[in-house]
Design a binder for this molecule. Structure first.
Ligand SMILES: Cc1cc2nc3c(=O)[nH]c(=O)nc-3n(C[C@H](O)[C@H](O)[C@H](O)COP(=O)(O)OP(=O)(O)OC[C@H]3O[C@@H](n4cnc5c(N)ncnc54)[C@H](O)[C@@H]3O)c2cc1C
Length: 334
């Protein structure tokens, strides 16, 4: 019999009434933690017309869903969400609170943690319990994995990116309780979401692409970067990057792969001019075949991939594109 104390919480996120896959993935992991702690899983979700979504959270493993339902909550409202979650957490005293490392979660989690005066571990790549049932939130650091614990304060909070945990099977026959929250929309707001304008994306989505080409600092300059981008289009692949490519302004933050970026699992990953730092590699741990192109034969990236090419990417990549195009022409596939 599960005890009803100190539940494990998942703050679920929906966009256009569709629950994000990261929220389902967190539900799966929350269930594992709750089983070990012999407690229940509870979830909080906000929006308008989200009764069906609350039911889906039960199918994914929630025993109880707190539903903040109001036309005023159709769009993410940071201060209202924070106020309601903080008040509810103070009443319910969850042991653990998990939030997706999405743009909403990255803002909301620290707001909640600060108000609850508790600790928050961001961008975790694993969540386990130690011998004392304290949450060990793991992040890559110092060339290994660092376990961060929050032994004194509750809830123990963590954000996790999409793709870190598998999605659980939904069980439509599961039952649970859905509780509609009293929505206090007169909460003082300095920030208000009026409209969501989606950026048009012209490339292939990193998360779903079978082939991903990722470029790093070794691109050297914008011209070098363009060659890597050309390789991605020649292969009909999605283009990803490492942190320096974002810092240099060659690539958008949205395309960064790794601990603070996207977690992906393509069939084929080609890393060009990157050193294989763990914060990047953790994002492609599940790729099926990995290739690296690096001018330094001693680069640590070569220890982590299936095939390595030691060459200057600025010379090798244009040659490779030429060969790919010749091959495609022969096959009639270009
Ligand atoms: C908390 C934290 C979170 C982070 N999160 C992320 C994250 O999510 N994603 C991420 O990517 N990084 C992240 N980083 C940064 C990460 O630690 C590394 O700094 C980064 O991944 C290194 O990028 P890089 O491999 O492109 O650059 P470098 O490490 O500088 O490597 C460049 C490589 O290019 C090679 N090279 C140079 N010239 C050429 C050439 N002409 N042809 C071929 N090869 C060449 C070099 O030999 C070298 O190996 C994070 C860091 C911290 C502290």
């Amino acid at each position: 019999m599960k005890n009803k104390q100190a539940p494990v919480w998942v703050i679920a996120e929906q966009v256009d009434c569709r629950i994000l896959s990261v929220s389902f993935q967190l539900m799966g992991q929350a269930c594992k933690l709750a089983d070990a702690l012999e407690t229940t899983v509870e979830s909080v979700i906000f929006g308008d017309h989200i009764e069906e979504q609350a039911q889906q959270l039960i199918a994914a493993g929630a025993d109880k869903v707190y539903m903040g339902i109001s036309p005023q909550l159709e769009l993410y409202q940071p201060e209202i969400y924070t106020e309601i979650i903080v008040k509810l957490a103070q009443e319910r005293q969850p042991a653990i609170m998990l939030i997706g490392s999405t743009s909403m979660g990255r803002e909301l989690a620290p707001l909640i943690a600060a108000r609850l005066q508790t600790g928050l571990t961001a961008h975790c790549i694993d969540l386990v319990l130690d011998a004392d049932n304290v949450l060990e939130a793991k992040i890559p650091a110092y060339g290994g994995l660092l376990s961060i614990i929050c032994p004194q304060k509750r809830p123990q909070m963590a954000t996790v990116a999409q793709g870190v945990f598998p999605s659980p099977e939904l069980d439509e026959n599961r039952t649970g309780e859905i509780i509609a929250l009293d929505i206090l929309c007169d909460i003082l707001r300095r920030l208000q979401t009026l409209e969501v304008v989606r950026e048009a994306s012209d490339g292939i989505s990193l998360e779903s692409a079978p082939i991903v080409v990722a470029g790093g600092a070794g691109a050297g300059d914008p011209e070098g970067w363009d060659k890597i981008a050309d390789l991605a289009s020649a292969l009909n692949a999605a283009l990803g990057c490492t942190r320096p490519a974002v810092d240099e302004g060659w690539a958008d933050l949205e395309t960064m792969i790794g601990q603070s970026g996207k977690m992906i699992c393509p069939e084929l990953y080609i890393g060009v001019g990157l050193s294989g730092e763990q914060q990047h590699m953790v994002g492609i741990a599940d790729a099926r075949i990995m290739i690296a192109i690096n001018s330094d034969a001693k680069s640590p990236v070569f220890d982590q991939v299936d095939y390595g090419i030691v060459d200057d990417c600025r010379e090798f990549v244009p040659e490779l594109i030429k060969k790919i195009k010749e091959y495609q022409e022969k096959q009639g596939t270009c």
